[in-house]
Design a protein around this ligand. Structure first.
Ligand SMILES: [Zn+2]
Length: 119
């Protein structure tokens, strides 16, 4: 993944959510699918953006997954890590809404669904 793409998606995430551009960039870890912290293609935890190495970033949906995780970075930079299930669900809905608006802007008919992991 290029720094340019990361910055483009970070700015798009800021535009789509209204969160400010953060002072701090996330640490990006591109890892093999079996090393991901969940059965997922992207994840965000404590300042680290996990990206599955098999994600084809030429595809709009793959980029939208990164944008979704970058929204979580913006949320945590602005409001801290989610405290409690209500805040977790609100953050997740907000990330999915931004992701789906990004997909629409990219001309993609694909949409993401809200899925909140139990902690
Ligand atoms: Zn999420």
């Amino acid at each position: 993944m290029t720094t340019r793409l990361l910055l483009q998606l970070l700015l798009a995430a800021s535009d789509l959510t209204g969160y400010p551009v953060p002072e701090v960039m996330p640490h990006v870890a591109i890892v093999a699918p079996e090393v991901m912290p969940c059965a997922c293609k992207g994840a965000y935890e404590g300042g680290t953006l996990w990206v599955s190495g098999d994600l084809d970033l030429a595809k709009p949906f793959a980029r939208s997954v990164l944008l979704h995780e970058l929204v979580h970075h913006l949320q945590e930079q602005a409001a801290g890590a989610p405290r409690g299930q209500t805040m977790r669900v609100r953050f997740e809905r907000e990330a999915v809404e931004a992701q789906n608006r990004y997909l629409a802007l990219q001309g993609s008919g694909q949409r993401a669904a809200v899925a909140v992991r139990d902690e």
